[in-house]
Design a protein around this ligand. Structure first.
Ligand code: NIG
Ligand code: FE
Length: 418
C-alpha cells in the first residue's frame, strides 16, 4: 500500500497558492491563499489534495491512511525556503563578534586578515568528516526553525581543492538528511591569504580551473560573488560571472551591501536570478533590477548582527515592483542564526514589511529564485509535502512573538522530521 498521510484539523492554512505562476510583486505579496478549517492529503512525497477538511476527506477510507497529523486547530504553512546560506564552515568566530562590540567594523576586521579568511584557514585545516558534522548540525537547526530547503554556498575554501570539497559536502549531504539543498559556487567570496598581492592569479584560477570543474561535475547550479569595495570590484565581478554563465551556471550576487558600487546594476545587466543584501542599493540599481526581473534577497539578520541601523530599502524595492525574498544569510561571521522566525520579525520591524509580505518573501518567492517553483514554496496539489505545523493559530504571531520558535512539527516530503 502507498504511504498516505493526512494533516487535519488545520485552523489556518497558508497555501500561498495563486493563479499566477510567477514571482509575487506588489499587492500579490500579501495574498497568502488562506483556507480555514482545512486538511491536506499526502501520497508518497507529494500533496495530492488540499481544501476544506470535509472536501478533502470525502470518499477516503481512514484505513488507507498510513499516518494522521492532528494540527489541533493551529496554523499550517509551507516549509520555509531559505535562498541565501553559507552552511559549510568549520569553527566559529565569536572573537570577531566581540571585536565588533568593542567598535571594530566588519570590513576592518576582514582587511586585517579576519572575516572570511579566518573561516577559510579553519576550513582548510579541518577534515571533511569534521566539517560535515558541523554542517549537519547547522542543517538540523535550520530544520527545527521550519526551513525545509536552502540555497547552500561554498566559499570558505578559497582554493581549488577546498572549494570543491565544500561543494562535495553539500552534494553528499543532500538527500542524507531532510533539508534539500541547492548548491551555489562561491569561490569568489574573498581573495585568499596567498593571493592578496596577486589577485589576478586567483581570478584566473576561478575562471580557468574552478568554474570548468564545477560545471563539468554539476557541483553547482548557481555562481555567486562578494562584489564589494576591497573584495571583488565590478569589473572583476563581471568577468567571473560572465565566465560562470558561459559554463551554464546561473547567477546570484552579494551586491551593494556596504557601498553602492553598482552591484544591483550589474545584476540587472547579467540578468542574475538574485542580488542579495542591497543595503546600499542606488535608485538606478533598483531600476535595473526591476527591468531585468532580478529578485532581491534581503538579509535583515545580517544588518542586525552587524549592529547597524541602516536596513535595506525594502519598501522602495516593493514599490518598484521587485519580487522580494528574505533569508537568514546563516554564516559564522556576519549573521550566525538559523532562526527563520527571527528573520520574519526583523522583516516586519526593520524592513517595514507586513507579516503577509514576509511569509511570501520566505516561501514562494525564494522557490522561484531557486527555480524550484513547481516543487516547493506553496501548498498545492502536486508539490512536495514540505509543511510546518505551528503552535499558534495565527501567522501574525510569528513576527510578533519575537525570538521564540513556534514551530511545532515539520513535515518534509510527507514525513514528520521535527
Ligand atoms: O553574506 N558578505 C559576505 N559574505 C557573508 C559573510 C561571510 C562571513 O563573514 O563569513 C555575508 O554576509
Ligand atoms: Fe552571504
Amino acid at each position: 500500500m502507498k504511504y498516505r498521510a493526512l494533516v487535519y484539523n488545520i485552523g489556518q492554512l497558508l497555501t500561498l497558492k495563486s493563479p499566477k505562476n510567477a514571482p509575487r510583486t506588489g499587492r500579490e505579496l500579501s495574498e497568502l491563499g488562506i483556507i480555514e478549517g482545512a486538511a491536506i492529503l499526502i501520497e508518497g512525497e507529494r500533496i495530492i489534495r488540499i481544501g476544506a477538511e470535509k472536501d478533502v476527506i470525502k470518499g477516503i477510507r481512514r484505513n488507507t491512511i498510513s499516518k494522521e497529523f492532528n494540527a489541533k486547530a493551529m496554523m499550517v504553512s509551507p516549509g520555509f525556503v531559505d535562498p541565501h546560506t553559507h552552511p559549510v564552515f568549520f569553527g566559529t568566530r565569536e572573537e570577531e563578534f566581540c571585536m565588533r562590540l568593542a567598535g571594530k567594523k566588519y570590513m576592518e576586521i576582514a582587511a586585517a586578515g579576519g572575516g572570511i579568511r579566518n573561516s577559510s584557514r579553519r576550513f582548510r585545516n579541518a577534515s571533511k568528516d569534521d566539517i560535515t558534522k558541523q554542517t549537519r548540525l547547522v542543517l538540523k537547526r535550520l530544520l527545527k526553525h521550519g526551513i525545509t530547503t536552502i540555497e547552500a554556498k561554498s566559499g570558505y575554501g578559497l582554493s581549488f581543492e577546498s572549494e570543491i570539497r565544500a561543494l562535495e559536502i553539500i552534494r553528499d549531504l543532500d538527500g542524507k538528511q531532510p533539508v534539500d539543498m541547492v548548491p551555489t559556487f562561491l569561490g569568489a567570496h574573498e581573495f585568499p591569504d596567498e593571493y592578496r598581492e596577486n589577485r589576478e592569479e586567483y581570478i584566473r584560477i576561478i575562471i580557468e580551473e574552478m568554474l570548468p570543474y564545477v560545471a563539468k561535475n554539476k557541483l553547482a547550479e548557481y555562481c555567486d560573488i562578494f562584489c564589494e569595495v576591497g573584495v571583488f570590484d565590478i569589473e572583476q565581478s563581471r568577468r567571473i560571472l560572465k565566465a560562470a554563465q558561459e559554463h551554464g551556471l546561473k547567477i546570484r550576487m552579494h551586491a551593494d551591501e556596504i557601498e553602492p558600487i553598482g552591484g544591483g546594476e550589474l545584476a540587472g545587466e547579467l540578468k542574475a536570478a538574485t542580488a542579495d543584501h542591497l543595503v546600499a542599493i542606488s535608485d538606478e540599481g533598483i531600476r535595473k533590477m526591476a527591468e531585468n526581473g532580478v529578485m532581491p534577497v534581503l538579509l535583515p539578520a545580517t544588518t542586525f548582527s552587524l549592529n547597524s541601523s541602516k536596513y535595506a530599502p525594502a519598501r522602495k524595492m516593493i514599490d518598484a515592483g521587485l519580487a522580494v525574498c528574505v533569508s537568514t544569510d546563516c554564516n559564522p561571521g556576519s549573521s550566525y542564526t538559523e532562526s527563520a522566525s527571527f528573520v520574519i520579525s526583523l522583516a516586519c520591524l526593520q524592513l517595514k514589511m507586513s507579516p503577509e509580505e514576509a511569509f511570501t518573501a520566505y516561501t514562494i518567492n525564494p522557490a522561484f529564485s531557486l527555480n524550484r517553483q513547481n516543487r516547493i514554496g506553496s501548498i498545492e496539489e502536486g508539490k512536495l509535502a514540505d509543511l510546518i505545523i505551528w503552535e499558534t493559530p495565527n501567522y501574525r504571531e510569528i513576527p510578533y512573538h519575537v525570538a521564540v520558535n513556534l514551530v511545532k512539527n515539520v513535515i518534509k516530503r510527507g514525513k514528520k522530521v521535527v
